[in-house]
Design a protein around this ligand. Structure first.
Ligand code: ATP
Ligand code: MG
Ligand code: MG
Length: 360
């Protein structure tokens, strides 16, 4: 696909722009466009329509959110899509891939690991601000861009189904993890109970709050805004907090096989809750406040189930670089879950302290 055609789709003249591959995303193809005369930047992305089967839902959600923010908070930095020549948010190439252009956030950088607790606080604050600013918008107006993405009950069912069809060898290899996941079925039940409670508000959540989905300001070092809004969709409070706990608190990633290194860094856990609640405490219902500590457990259990399910199914979903990698990933997530469970009482106390700190 010639880039000149893509640019033309957006009414941009190919000769005026320089285009380079950009960033380290795994899902979409991302490019930086720079206008040669002025140095102005734009972000060009080809959306992965194998992952996102309904790209119009993504564009529609971003548009609804953008319109709401423009009306209620015009100064808020949000990624408003640049229109195509036809006035649309997406342009489709001959192969059927959708492309979009977003404002480029200048003087900013992203990171792949959380090195300091202050970064966790700052990132969490930005995800909280996003959800808070969208709290006045009816979440049901947005569409799920990945249906059942964080549906823990379904993930648990899929694990049970995989057990039915898995080969004996894999089941034997994974017997310890199968036991640990089965013993925690109560978490899936808890999830189903929590989300039907009227106090558990359907909210507009980001759903992919890993650290490289936040841009940090070059000068201040503070998080500037969330990016990667492909999964901006209706969900529950647990999703964003939970994925931050899952991906910020351990000094090592889900790929680490030396489980002695998988741990909960208390300072990072506290920092991310502090940052999140500094912006969201006043917005939460009493019910949500009472159940915040469920978030990390939920997301870790879900990811452990998903890796284990994929291992049992013969590694059909997550890319692996060596046999057994999905089982190792599941082990890693179960270890972190165990460490988190050990600290549950102190985490509940911490959350209570923070809620008191941010009470209006
Ligand atoms: P993931 O693997 O996290 O799903 P992705 O393929 O969906 O990633 P993005 O996260 O949207 O892609 O973008 C990839 C990278 O491009 C980001 O990590 C960031 O470095 C950079 N980037 C994205 N959006 C912007 C923006 N608006 N301004 C500047 N840089 C951006
Ligand atoms: Mg990303
Ligand atoms: Mg993404």
């Amino acid at each position: 696909m010639g880039l000149n055609q893509v640019l033309d789709g957006f009414g941009l003249e190919d000769a005026s722009w320089e285009c380079v591959e950009f960033g380290s995303g795994h899902i979409n193809n991302t490019y930086r466009l720079t206008r040669k005369q002025t140095g102005e930047n734009l972000l060009l992305q080809r959306i992965n329509h194998f992952v996102f089967k309904e790209p119009e839902a993504i564009a529609g959600n971003m548009r609804i959110a953008a319109d709401h923010l423009e009306a209620t908070d015009p100064d808020y930095l949000f990624l408003n899509a640049v229109k195509t020549k036809e006035g649309k948010d997406l342009w489709y190439d001959e192969e059927g891939f959708p492309w979009r252009i977003l404002p480029f956030i200048d003087n900013a950088y992203s990171m792949d690991e959380v090195g300091e607790a202050g970064q966790a606080r700052s990132a969490a604050r930005q995800f909280a601000i996003l959800t808070r600013k969208l709290a006045g918008l009816d979440a049901s107006l947005l569409k799920p861009t990945i249906p059942d993405f964080h549906n823990l009950e379904l993930r648990y069912r899929q694990f049970r189904e995989a057990l039915e069809t898995a080969g004996e060898n894999r089941k034997k290899e994974a017997s310890g993890e199968i036991g640990q996941c089965s013993n925690r079925a109560h978490l899936a039940e808890e999830y189903s109970r929590l989300i039907v409670h009227p106090g558990c508000k359907l909210r507009i959540m980001h759903h992919d709050t890993k650290i490289n989905n936040v841009l940090f300001d070059v000068e201040s070092g503070e998080a500037k805004c969330p990016i990667d809004l492909d999964t901006l969709m209706p969900g529950y409070i647990f999703s964003d907090l939970g994925d931050m706990v899952r991906t910020y608190v351990s000094p090592v990633s889900e790929e680490e096989t030396d489980l002695s290194k998988v741990a909960v860094r208390d300072e990072f856990y506290e920092a991310l809750y502090d940052g999140y609640l500094s912006e969201m405490a006043a917005e939460l219902s009493d019910f949500e406040k009472q159940h915040l500590s469920f978030s990390g457990k939920m997301l870790l259990y879900m990811q452990a189930l998903r890796f284990l399910t994929d291992y049992l199914q013969g590694d059909v979903y997550y890319k692996i670089h060596y046999p057994g990698q999905n089982l190792d990933r599941s082990r890693n997530q179960l270890k972190l879950l165990l460490e988190l469970e050990k600290k549950e009482v102190s985490h509940i106390q911490l959350i209570e302290r923070l809620l008191k700190k941010y009470r209006e």
